[in-house]
Structure formats: structure tokens, C-alpha cells
Design a protein around this ligand. Structure first.
Ligand code: TEU
Ligand code: CA
Length: 556
């Protein structure tokens, strides 16, 4: 009997919290300045203490590292920079001892141009691997069309050996794979099954909604054959084991997410959608074109995703990943109210329905950095800087965008202690540590029961203790309130109530509840709730409270 006969069973990942590790920035085990598998193994006790159920590892496969591992040249080997396959097996086994599963990052939209498939493919049009990639005719002066790559420049690169262009949605060193070719798809399934047999607990699928591109029609995401490919992929691989799968889908709407995460599990467990993430940019522009967060719209987005996917699909819940700025700097306050706002953002998100993801350092309230341009390592940041200056933007303006949105904000080394280089490495770190590690680091927060770390720890534990987190419905309160984010979650056992002041000024609101008779599950102020004489409450800057009211009590 295979596990797809049990679709109605409760899935383990519905009550789980997943922790993302960006390996090169997490912990360096051998002193070469780059994080590695040995380093991760040495921190498993820390993650066990935090209480997470799984680790999503950003790519560790063999790679020329043009895009920090998102350019893979061997899907079935570990990059020597990170360790060996034996280290990987050890990581899987050591994590398992602590009830932690390892989730691999599958980069299936493109490979590295140094992958043996591509080395063959570019040799001749008759080569059996030629059709593993996306080629079009043209002349050196005249690409097939005007499509642009995500990291700048044309999406087409001329290959003199075959007198054709290849298509790349990301860097020139990341040629797109041709999913129309069934032989390529078969190779991918075999590779995935090989990882499943090694004991991994699931997969995160990089830009999965871009695999079914149709470059002749200018289509990148949500191509016509996307769901056909996903269903075949799932049938041939994931459905044979009890895995969690999460697809990165920038183009997802709630309607599409219902297909991806259909409870029949014909595609994926869930997707990362980015509607909330794209709100603080100018409409129709890029992430670099900064705009203030439209708070009412932001609430509407969460309300829509929470209600539409209830019972019909499954949400992922996240503020951060390795491509995004640090949430406390972005929508919290990384100076006076850093601790309060980091906890508020955690409480706000972790009360919702879905699987929460914590990006390394988020559980400490780590912040963005500001560096001189030479210090940035990220290919996207470097290209952006060059392109925008060429286009006539002022240097100061470009740097403001970079400070706010550069991916390196998330990639500065994890801050373990107040020792040299934040305890990340004994060598020279590949990217400078954020100088605030003296104040913000894991060691001090683990010892401090009031820290951001312990707030996350508590939220993770609550999700295991109360079924309402996985099962309850979602009702947004005070939809028009310009500062307060409040909602309830209702299940048979009772009601969860979350109230958050999203800003740094006191905020009054008219929620009337039997506050004294409810149980406070989580909060970020020690002082008691401030009740207003006329009814309602007054919330302090970034104040957040999560209450529980048992069903019996609600009717008393
Ligand atoms: O990201 C997909 C993606 O679209 C990002 O490039 C995004 O546009 C950008 O980071 C935000 O401005 C995934 C990975 O998460 C990213 O790290 C990779 O660089 C990219 O795919 C290519 O594999
Ligand atoms: Ca190392």
C-alpha cells in the first residue's frame, strides 16, 4: 500500500514549523569562512531546543556558485565547499535523532552551464542532450525576442558552436531546462527518487511555476503545461513517500494555490506565494522601487489567502527567506522597538493557518545591514547597481534601494555569540558579519527567557499543543483599522484571538472581550493589558497578544 491511499490522514507538516538554513551563512565547521554541513550538524541541538520539525536547506549540491548554489552542476553530489555525501547522510541521520527532517532545495527550472548536460548540449544540434535546454535560432545581432533575465540583460545568450541562442530566466550561467522533453523529465524524477531513498523529508522547489515557460509567447510563469508537469512529477516521485513539498511560486493567486496544494495531494503540499511580500514597492515596478507598506491592503491580502485556502488547500506562512530583507528592519522597527516588533511579527504570523517558516536569524530578530557597494556579493545586487547607474539613477537613491531590499541583508552570517565574527567562523567570513552581533546573538538570547528566541520557541510549542492553529477558521477583525491587525481562529475546542499593534505609537481599538477570563498564550509586554474606561483596549507600541478561550468558557 502506498501512502497516497491515505490522503485524508492528517499530514505531519500541518502541525510543523520549518526552519530555513542558508548553508554558506549558517555555521562554518572548518574555518574557511564559509558555512558547511559540519557546521549545521554542530547546531542541531540549538534547533532542537527551538523546537522545529524540519530544516529546509538552500542548495548544497555541486555548483560553480554563480548564484550561491542555485546553479547546480551535479544534482547527486554535495559541493566540496559544504562537505561530502557522507556528511549529508550524517546530517540526515543526526537530524532524525532529534526528530528533525531535512528538506532539500530542488532547482529544476535551470541547471548550471557547467552541468555535463549543458556541456554536451552546446556542442551540436544533433547532440542527444541538446534538447535538454531551450534553444532558438537567430543571428548574433538579433535575439529571438526582447525577453529580459531576472538578474538583468537579455534572456537569450548566443552560443557560437550551435549558432543558436539558449534561454535563461536568471543568469547567463543558469540555462533553462526544457521540460517539454520527456527524457529530461525522467532524469529529474530518477534524481529525486535517489534523494528520497537517502532519507530526505521533502523538497522546496525553486521557481517551480517557471518550468513550463513558452518563450515564443513571452510566457515565463504559469505556462499552459505547468500543472500537467507538476502532476507527473508528483506521481513519479513525491507520492511514493510521506514528504512535505513546497513550491516557490511568485505568480500564485489563491485560485492557483488551491490547485498546487489540493488536499488530494496530486501536486504539492503548499506553495510560497508573494502577494504580501510585493506590497511595499511601486505598482507595476520592481522591488527596488520603494513604497510604504499599504497596511489595509496588507490585511486584505492575508484575509483573502487565509479564508480562501481554509479547507481547500494549505498556506505557507513566512516573512523571510534568503532573497528577502530582514522582517524586523522591513515592517518592524530595528532600533528602539526591535525586540517588541520582532515578537509582534512572530505572533501575528504564527497564529495563522498554514505551515510557518523561520529563516535563520529571524528567531533572534536579526536586522538588515548597510555596507559600501564593494562589500555586496550577491549577483542580483551587483547587476542592479551597475544597470541603474547606467540608466541614470543617482548613486544615493540606488544605495537606498539596496539597503532596503538587497538579498545580502538576509545572507550576513548567523550571529551565534559575541565572539569574533559572531562565532560564525574562526576564519575570514565570505560576507561580513553584521556589526550588531555584540547585542544580537543566539547565546545571549538562549539564556534570556524574555528574548525573541524564546518567543519563537513558545509559538512553535503552542502549535503542537493546540489543534486550533492547524484547524481553526480565520476571521479578520477591525478590517478598516489603520494600525491594529487582529483576528480570531475558531475550532471545536475554542477560540484563538490575536491582537497586534503594527506600529510604534499607542493604538486604541474597540475589541471588547472577557479579557480577564481568557488565557494569555503569548505576548511581548510584561505589563497587563490596558483597558479603556469606555470599553476596548489600548495597545502599546508594537504590542501583541495571543489569547485562548476554551469553548465551554465562551458560552458562560
Ligand atoms: O528565486 C526566484 C526569484 O524570482 C528571485 O530571483 C527573485 O526574483 C529575487 O530574488 C528577488 O528579487 C529563486 C531563489 O530563491 C533565488 O535565490 C535564486 O537566485 C533564483 O530562484 C534562481 O534560482
Ligand atoms: Ca567551511
Amino acid at each position: 500500500m502506498t501512502s497516497n491511499n491515505h490522503v485524508s490522514e492528517e499530514k505531519w507538516w500541518k502541525r510543523s514549523v520549518i526552519y530555513q538554513i542558508y548553508p554558506r551563512s549558517f555555521c562554518d565547521g572548518n574555518g574557511d569562512g564559509i558555512g558547511d554541513l559540519e557546521g549545521i550538524i554542530s547546531k542541531l541541538d540549538y534547533l532542537e531546543q527551538l523546537g522545529v520539525d524540519a530544516i529546509w536547506l538552500s542548495p548544497v549540491c555541486r555548483s560553480p556558485q554563480d548564484d550561491n548554489g542555485y546553479d547546480i552542476s551535479d544534482y547527486q553530489d554535495i559541493d566540496p565547499m559544504f562537505g561530502t555525501l557522507e556528511d549529508m547522510d550524517r546530517l540526515i541521520a543526526e537530524a532524525k535523532k532529534r526528530s528533525i527532517r531535512i528538506i532539500m532545495d530542488l532547482v529544476l527550472n535551470h541547471s548550471s552551464d557547467e552541468h555535463p548536460w549543458f556541456l554536451e548540449a552546446r556542442k551540436s544540434r544533433e547532440n542527444p542532450y541538446h534538447d535538454y535546454y531551450v534553444w532558438r535560432d537567430g543571428t548574433p545581432e538579433m535575439p529571438p525576442n526582447e525577453m529580459r533575465a531576472a538578474f538583468g540583460g537579455s534572456a537569450w545568450e548566443w552560443e557560437p558552436q550551435v549558432q543558436q541562442y539558449y534561454f535563461h530566466q536568471f543568469s547567463v550561467k543558469q540555462p533553462d531546462l526544457n521540460w517539454e522533453n520527456p527524457k529530461l523529465r525522467r532524469e529529474i524524477y530518477d534524481m529525486i527518487n535517489w534523494w528520497i531513498a537517502r532519507g530526505v523529508g521533502g523538497f522546496r522547489l525553486d521557481v517551480i511555476d517557471q518550468i513550463a515557460k513558452e518563450p515564443d509567447q513571452g510566457i515565463t510563469s504559469n505556462g499552459p503545461r505547468l500543472h500537467e508537469y507538476l502532476q507527473e512529477l508528483s506521481r513519479e516521485t513525491f507520492q511514493k513517500a510521506d514528504l512535505v513539498t513546497v513550491g516557490e511560486a511568485w505568480g500564485a493567486t489563491p485560485e492557483l494555490a488551491m490547485r498546487y496544494s489540493n488536499p488530494d495531494q496530486s501536486e504539492l503540499s503548499m506553495v510560497f506565494q508573494f502577494e504580501h511580500i510585493c506590497l511595499d514597492q511601486m505598482e507595476g515596478k520592481e522591488k527596488w522601487d520603494l513604497a510604504p507598506l499599504p497596511f489595509l491592503k496588507f490585511k486584505e491580502v492575508f484575509n483573502r489567502w487565509q479564508t480562501k485556502l481554509h479547507g481547500t488547500g494549505w498556506n505557507s506562512l513566512f516573512w523571510n527567506n534568503h532573497d528577502l530583507p530582514r522582517i524586523v528592519s522591513r515592517w518592524g522597527n530595528d532600533s528602539q522597538y526591535r525586540v517588541e516588533s520582532a515578537k509582534m511579527l512572530a505572533i501575528l504570523l504564527h497564529g495563522m493557518q498554514g505551515t510557518p517558516y523561520i529563516y535563520q536569524g529571524e528567531e533572534l530578530g536579526m536586522t538588515n545591514v548597510r555596507c559600501p557597494i564593494e562589500a555586496y556579493q550577491d549577483i542580483e545586487t551587483r547587476n542592479l547597481y551597475r544597470e541603474r547607474l547606467e540608466q541614470g539613477y543617482g548613486e544615493a537613491e540606488v544605495m537606498e534601494s539596496i539597503y532596503a531590499k538587497s538579498r545580502d541583508n538576509a545572507r550576513t552570517p548567523m550571529q551565534w555569540s559575541n565572539e569574533a565574527n559572531a562565532g560564525f567562523t574562526t576564519g575570514e567570513p565570505w560576507l561580513s558579519v553584521n556589526p550588531n552581533y555584540h547585542e544580537i546573538n543566539a547565546r545571549s538570547q538562549v539564556e534570556d527567557a524574555d528574548s525573541v528566541f524564546h518567543c519563537y520557541r513558545r509559538l512553535i510549542r503552542l502549535r503542537k499543543e493546540y489543534r486550533v492553529f492547524a484547524e481553526g477558521d480565520f476571521r479578520m477583525l477591525l478590517k478598516e483599522d489603520a494600525a491594529v491587525f487582529a483576528y480570531t481562529r475558531n475550532s471545536r475546542e475554542g477560540q484563538l484571538l490575536v491582537v497586534c499593534n503594527f506600529y510604534g505609537k499607542d493604538a486604541d481599538c474597540a475589541i471588547r472581550e472577557p479579557w480577564d477570563s481568557m488565557e494569555l498564550l503569548a505576548g511581548n509586554y510584561k505589563e497587563p493589558l490596558q483597558l479603556l474606561p469606555e470599553g476596548g483596549i489600548s495597545l502599546r507600541p508594537y504590542e501583541a497578544r495571543m489569547y485562548w478561550k476554551e469553548s465551554g468558557k465562551a458560552c458562560q
